[in-house]
Design a protein around this ligand. Structure first.
Ligand code: GAP
Length: 511
């Protein structure tokens, strides 16, 4: 655990040192849970967006993309349920004065019990070796069964209390489980209270209820209110999807862990409108499709797992998270929600406008059901950055920091370098750069020894370095160095495009 915490610290400091992520308004000592993306961070972020947008919109002929406003009519949030129900149950520890989400404290307690089960299974595996039957062991071992029973009981109590808004019951569960504050170690808790997460502001100069508007807490509602506009203007036939990338704002109380939980963040969301009754089929389809999208990045399939929700949001009839093994452990990266017809029906009711689809095959009007995929762009960024960051010991005993980013996402694809600053090599290097820059984000670097320059590019994840040397001036060849293998090969300049393209083109992730 300690090692993992160290890893997060290292990633944060690497991100700052190389211009990926800075604390926001740092000269004023920063603003809690708010971050700025630097010169390389914004490139990486744009590439992640592009991977998502291309795979969602360009690769599906029944999904289109929009860009709706952050400010929406205030009734939107009454209709969606966010004004009344977008709350977190919070609890404070009286000794450390730290505030926690009560449900998260309980889920962390459950996770500890789950780890005990895993340890028991590991022991069994060590004892029985290849003949070990894990399924049978889990079904019969008394310790495993006792702990599994504990988990079921806690989950049942948590679900019932949260669904009934029984805050005293949630408090009692924390007391009964003897959950202690991770900071103070004490069990001296306040009562549990609900806290609304939406930021509000005033529209125009007149203060008062009528002019209160909200900064959207999710991009999805901008899609719902445009459902008919898009369906009619795009002549869309069900099933079809509307995708959007944009900022969302939440007054997170427990905002920690770098860009994992921020107050201003970006979401990449897609609402898939389907026939009522077909939503579970599409829910399963999108669960699998989205998991594959993540795994295609090649960061390691073992870094992802599904987590089915116990406490369903007020709009969902099924929901799962794709969790990622962040430096802080497995946490939610993306949510897949079967949102039923809740949102469209609510907007029909509150706006008085029909939001229905005429299905020509069924010869029938209905309010479509919705399956949503929603991934946080900043969490994607952290998953990619943390899994790619490595400190390697090399054969010659030296060390290097390398970001083994998926090449298609790397902020800079090629660094072009002259071996020395004289003999016409810089001019030749600029010629090569001018050849490549229309297709790839390239950089030019002539400072320091080649070794130092390679290390600098490794540290920011540049897949290729192209070195212009004296032989280049004679036969128009260069060396190209691969970030991961560190091997260099000599190639003719006209061959560069093909070599680079094979590795860094977004197509490598999409096919
Ligand atoms: N429209 C559904 C929705 O907003 P959510 O599970 O609350 O569902 C979706 O959020 C995703 O947005 C999460 O899986 C996470 O990746 C990201 N997200 C949510 N809150 C966040 C925060 N405070 N900071 C960064 N990302 C966040």
């Amino acid at each position: 655990m300690e090692q993992k915490e160290d890893k997060l610290k290292e990633v944060i400091s690497h991100a700052k040192e190389y211009g990926f992520v800075f604390p926001s308004s740092e000269i004023y000592d920063g603003l809690a849970a708010t971050y700025d993306y630097g010169q390389l961070g914004s490139e990486l972020k744009n590439n992640i967006k592009s991977y998502w947008w291309k795979s969602m919109v360009q690769m599906h002929d029944n999904i289109v993309g929009i860009d709706s406003a952050i400010f929406m009519h205030p009734t939107t949030w009454k209709a969606s349920g966010h004004v009344d129900a977008f709350n977190d149950p919070l609890i404070d520890n009286k000794d450390s004065k730290k505030r926690y989400r009560a449900d998260v404290l309980i889920e962390e307690h459950i996770e500890k019990i789950r780890q005990k089960i895993d340890k028991e299974v590991e022991k069994g595996f060590k004892k029985f070796g290849d003949s070990f039957d894990e399924a049978q062991f889990r079904a019969t071992n008394p310790n495993v069964l006792r702990n599994a029973q504990k988990i079921t009981e806690i989950e049942d109590r948590m679900r019932t209390t949260l669904e009934n808004n029984d805050l005293e019951g949630v408090y009692q569960l924390i007391v009964d489980l003897e959950i202690a504050c991770p900071i103070s170690g004490s069990k001296n808790w306040t009562e549990v209270r609900q806290f609304n997460l939406m930021f509000s502001t005033e529209l125009g100069s007149v203060a008062g209820d009528a002019s209160t508007i909200y900064l959207r807490p999710e991009t999805a509602q901008g899609i719902f209110v445009n459902f008919l506009n898009v369906q009619k203007s795009g002549r869309m036939k069900i099933p079809f999807g509307i995708a959007q990338i944009g900022k969302a704002f939440r007054n997170e109380i427990v905002a920690r862990q770098f860009i994992f939980r921020m107050r201003e963040f970006e979401q990449m969301e897609m609402q898939f409108f389907v026939r009522p009754g077909e939503e579970m089929k599409w829910y399963e389809y999108w669960k699998e499709t989205r998991a594959n999208w993540h795994k295609k990045l090649g960061l390691g399939d073992n870094l992802y797992r599904f987590h089915d929700h116990i406490k369903l949001a007020h709009y969902a009839n099924a929901a799962a998270d794709i969790e990622f093994d962040f430096p802080m452990g497995f946490k939610e990266l993306e949510g897949i929600h079967s949102r039923t017809d809740f949102d469209l029906k609510q907007h029909e009711q509150f706006s008085g406008k029909k939001l229905q689809y005429f299905d020509p095959e069924l010869n029938q009007n209905y309010v479509p059901y919705v399956v949503e995929t929603s991934v946080g762009l900043d969490r994607m960024f952290l998953s990619v950055l943390s899994a790619s960051y490595k400190n390697e010991k090399l054969e010659d005993g030296s060390e290097r920091s390398v970001l083994s980013l998926p090449p298609a996402l790397a902020p800079i694809k090629v660094a072009v370098m002259p071996l020395t600053k004289k003999d016409g090599l810089p001019e030749k290097a600029h010629e090569v750069l001018n050849l490549l820059k229309y297709d790839y984000n390239c950089t030019y670097d002539e400072k320091d020894s080649p070794g130092k320059r390679y290390r600098r590019q490794d540290a920011i994840g540049t897949p290729y370095c192209v070195m212009i040397d004296h032989q280049t001036m004679e036969d128009n060849t260069v060396t190209i160095r691969d970030r991961d293998t560190m091997e260099q090969i000599r190639v003719a300049i006209p061959e560069l495009y093909k070599i680079i393209d094979e590795k860094v083109n977004m197509r490598t992730l999409l096919v």
